[in-house]
Unconditional design. Structure first.
Length: 172
């Protein structure tokens, strides 16, 4: 059995990045139910800051997407409590990562994305994400980042080209 090859892709063109993301997201209920204007602004901000990456398979199909914000602990906590949305300026720098969009077509893609995302997490304090379930309910998680993140990256760095660890060096 041949192993699937995945790679990260960050379009240089802002319009291309927003278009690919919008096309992918419109087929996922967690995102397709959201107001268009909110997501358009979020995607534009991620594209401008290069805080996103697509995952392509060996047939050049987009099979995953991650978009995130870097922000302060205070702003991330306010977002978690539902007190505020994050603005473009609040998403540029910070010791916390808010994963705003995570789409993986299957578990293999998800695992690849987890390995890739670890590089973003090095040196950060906490990661946040909102998990939306099929029934429409949601859960927002704040997870401290510990010293093990670097050991996970070190272990992954021994992988052959075409895996998340080797692709990160090109994208991040």
């Amino acid at each position: 059995m041949t192993e699937r090859r995945l790679e990260l892709f960050v379009p240089a063109d802002l319009n291309m990045a927003v278009g690919i993301a919008a096309r992918l997201m419109m087929h996922h209920p967690a995102f397709s139910r959201q107001p268009f204007g909110v997501w358009a602004q979020t995607l534009e901000g991620q594209a401008k800051l290069r805080h996103h990456a697509f995952v392509m398979d060996d047939t050049r199909q987009v099979v995953g997407f991650v978009g995130y914000a870097l922000t302060t602990k205070a702003r991330a906590e306010a977002w978690r409590r539902g007190e505020t949305a994050l603005t473009y300026d609040e998403c540029r720098h910070g010791d916390c990562v808010v994963f705003q969009c995570w789409i993986a077509n299957d578990r293999f893609v998800h695992r690849f994305m987890v390995n890739a995302a670890r590089k973003i997490l090095v040196g950060r304090d906490t990661m946040y994400y909102k998990r939306v379930y099929r029934n429409g309910s949601a859960r927002i998680v704040a997870q401290p980042i510990n010293e093990f993140i670097e050991s996970h990256l070190a272990r992954a760095s021994g992988r052959r080209p075409g895996t998340a660890a080797s692709e990160l060096a090109r994208v991040a």
